[in-house]
Design a binder for this molecule. Structure first.
Ligand SMILES: Cc1cc2nc3c(=O)[nH]c(=O)nc-3n(C[C@H](O)[C@H](O)[C@H](O)COP(=O)(O)OP(=O)(O)OC[C@H]3O[C@@H](n4cnc5c(N)ncnc54)[C@H](O)[C@@H]3O)c2cc1C
Length: 453
């Protein structure tokens, strides 16, 4: 195996970036400053999970709605906001409405948060239900305890969220924490309880959910995520190959062209490849993965969510006062989350209702517009333990890896992971700065050194 490094930044290289989600877009945007970049994307459009579609705006025109990535936050997405600035996109546009409703038909508990007292007590019996007040008392206790446990590093890596929640009431677990985490990670509740507690609490800590207020509004694009994707496309000087799935990546470390990207019927020579696809896809693309690549990348499992874009209000509570941006409905032990896009994205008042339902229960929906399958990493203990190992793979056989799977699975993580790759090429920041070249190259940056796999 050959390690690529120091020499990388010194002359323009031909670099293939595979996958045009936020991670690939960021890598391509930064690398193009000094290199000849080709971006390969299997889909028909750029953006990956930043995927907007045009729907009727109710006044004779159309409006774009997002079907996966929806919101970001100025404080907690600093690198993503930097990217937006560099792309000339205003990142301080439209605050998203951050409200949530929970309707559990198994326990007959229904309430909404951040929609006013009337929605909190939409079931008037909640006013006199001790369990309901206890649930919020437990929330205060949970926040205090979890914050202290995290600061004292008292939570073992192997402890699952389910185990950490032992001692709390079933109501608190199933009607507050699980639907909240399900909505945050777009994952079925049964998987959320198997997540490592530490990873989830770390996310809550980072987002000030355990202490204090976030202080910065969550935002959504005025015009949906296509706004930044188009801005990238318009500024990109390299080549974009859409509808071009890469089928195989061959590495020949000692050859003049160390990497061959194989697409249907074509072979393309490159000096290096950045895999911005999901970890399991990246592994499957490598013709002869090293034992390290196999060990690290195979640790990430994925869950596929069937996401339905539709206009059927039957997915929400029958009482409109309960309608919120995120709506979790539990029936027969199964929680389904629906986003009310009109609220989240603050669509024009004329627009008919649009909903995005994750893992629909299979009922027939009126006004179905589109269906998508999105894969999301499952951050179990094995995956979390492997995240730090991804850095050890960088540059070996002229191959680099990025993707939101290396962090918490969000847009900010995709940007950060791409920067972890570009710094191997001497490009440390999203925006060009004089210091780029002077900074020390990262540890694995050694000139075409030959080493063991
Ligand atoms: C329903 C849902 C809602 C979400 N909401 C938010 C949100 O509000 N905020 C947030 O920050 N995050 C959200 N996320 C998380 C989101 O997944 C990440 O923010 C991020 O978009 C993932 O980026 P990525 O670059 O890692 O992967 P992706 O966006 O999946 O990009 C990978 C790309 O690789 C391409 N590809 C795959 N195989 C090949 C191949 N062989 N050849 C060429 N190309 C290939 C794919 O087509 C895809 O375009 C949401 C996720 C889901 C599923």
């Amino acid at each position: 195996m050959t390690t690529m490094g120091k020499g990388l930044g010194n002359r323009p290289r031909r670099i293939a970036v595979v996958g045009a989600g936020i991670s690939g877009i960021t890598a391509a945007h930064v690398l193009q400053r000094e290199h000849d970049v080709t971006l390969f994307e299997a889909g028909t459009s750029l953006g990956g999970h930043a995927h907007a579609v045009a729907v009727d705006d109710g006044r004779g025109g159309s409006v774009d709605v997002d079907t996966a990535f929806l919101i970001y936050n100025g404080r907690h997405y600093p690198r993503f906001c930097e990217l937006l600035v560099d792309l000339g996109v205003n990142h301080d546009t439209r605050p998203a409405e951050m409200s949530a409703s929970f309707a559990d038909y198994d326990t007959n508990l229904h309430y909404a948060l951040a929609r006013g007292l009337d929605s909190l007590f939409v079931q008037r019996k909640n006013l006199v239900r001790p369990g309901f007040y206890r649930m919020f008392a437990e929330l205060l206790l949970f926040r205090r305890r979890a914050h202290a446990d995290m600061l004292a590093a008292r939570i073992p890596e192997s402890l699952t969220l389910g185990a950490y929640l032992e001692g709390y009431s079933r109501l608190f677990r199933d009607d507050l924490v699980v639907p909240l985490a399900t909505a945050i990670w777009s994952l079925p509740g049964r998987l959320v309880l198997d997540y490592p507690a530490r990873a989830i609490l770390q996310f809550f800590m980072n987002h000030q959910l355990l202490h204090g207020e976030s202080g910065d509004a969550w935002r959504t694009f005025d015009g949906a995520s296509g706004v930044y994707v188009r801005a990238f496309r318009d500024r990109f000087r390299g080549r974009i190959r859409l509808s071009t799935p890469v089928v195989r990546i061959e590495r020949h470390p000692r050859a003049k062209d160390p990497v061959t990207i194989v697409t249907k019927g074509e072979r393309h020579p490159f000096d290096a490849v950045v895999l911005a696809t999901h970890a399991d896809d990246s592994l499957a693309l490598l013709q002869s993965p090293s034992p390290d690549e196999t060990r690290v990348l195979s640790a990430f499992r994925y869950n596929t969510s069937r996401v339905l874009l539709h206009g059927d209000p039957a997915v929400l509570h029958r009482d409109r006062r309960m309608w919120a941006s995120w709506n979790a409905v539990t029936r027969y032990g199964r929680t389904t989350v629906s986003y009310h896009l009109n609220r989240v994205q603050r669509l024009p008042v004329t627009a008919p209702d649009y909903f995005l339902t994750l893992d629909d229960d299979g009922g027939r929906r009126h006004r179905t517009i589109a269906k998508f399958d999105y894969r999301h990493p499952i951050f179990d203990a094995k995956a979390v333990a492997s995240q730090t190992r991804v850095e050890d793979l960088q540059g070996k056989d002229a191959t680099f890896f990025c993707g939101s799977y290396t962090g918490h699975g969000f847009h900010e993580d995709g940007v950060v992971s791409a920067l972890a790759v570009t710094r191997h090429f001497g490009l440390h920041t999203i925006r060009a700065r004089a210091a780029d070249r002077r900074e020390e190259p990262p540890r694995s940056s050694v000139t075409f050194e030959h080493g063991a796999a």
